[in-house]
Design a protein around this ligand. Structure first.
Ligand SMILES: N[C@@H](CCC(=O)N[C@@H](CS)C(=O)NCC(=O)O)C(=O)O
Length: 206
């Protein structure tokens, strides 16, 4: 398998998931500006939108879109127990979290990486939009669960960690959401999370 990533972006989530699964995989780093990969491939032939992540299978198939890749990894490596079993209500709930993180949280962070930066007014409005979504996911942990699906770490947690680490690009800090601050501390103790973060050059956050 080969995972196409841009370090420190949303592709950190499948990177963590592959480490959690104990998968044998290669990483190719994409320059999302030039759309070339570190091994010299034309990335637009791999992912028509030119964004990361993309997972390439050993048979040459490509899987795009973060939640689809995460779901695939969970199903392909069942022994790693990175999701509830397909066809269960719990699995539907996990898919709900994947979609919420992708469509609501991930995309609400995007304006904070805009060039040129947002005007103060718009930035405040965007912060309020983002806060509301983070409030919701913080509240999910108020029942004492360790991870989104309960006791056990799932691919949705890998995605949640990958997006929450962008908070420093905004005007709020993780300390404003105590359940999520605890979640981040807990998740970063996992060997697979540490391996992926070290590989992406963000060991200073551990
Ligand atoms: N819908 C896509 C979004 C992926 C995405 O936004 N990727 C960002 C990094 S977090 C990216 O590659 N941006 C560069 C670009 O759009 O050119 C997914 O879920 O995979």
């Amino acid at each position: 398998m080969k995972l196409y990533i841009r370090p420190r972006s949303g592709s950190l989530a499948p990177h963590i998931a592959l480490h959690e699964a104990g998968a044998r995989f290669f990483v190719d780093i994409v320059d999302t500006g030039s759309k070339k990969t570190a091994t010299g491939e034309d990335y637009l032939l791999i992912n028509k939108m030119g964004y990361v992540p993309t997972l390439e299978l050993d048979n040459g198939a490509f899987i795009t879109e973060g939640p689809a890749i995460l779901s695939f990894i969970a199903d392909y490596f069942p022994a790693a127990k990175l999701s509830p079993r397909a066809g269960t209500v719990a699995r539907a709930h996990m898919n709900g979290y994947l979609n919420f993180i992708a469509a609501e949280i991930h995309k609400s962070f995007s304006p904070f990486f805009a060039h040129p930066p947002l005007e103060t007014d718009t930035r405040q409005k965007m912060q309020a939009v983002l806060n509301r979504k983070i409030d919701y996911i913080n509240g999910e942990f108020s029942d004492g669960r360790d991870y989104l699906m309960g006791k056990s770490f799932s691919v949705a947690d890998a995605y949640l960690l990958a997006v929450l680490r962008w908070l420093p690009a905004t005007d709020e800090g993780i300390e404003n959401w105590p359940f999520l601050a605890d979640f981040m501390t807990r998740a970063k103790q996992r060997p697979a999370v540490r391996e992926a973060m070290i590989a992406e050059g963000i060991e200073d956050e551990l």
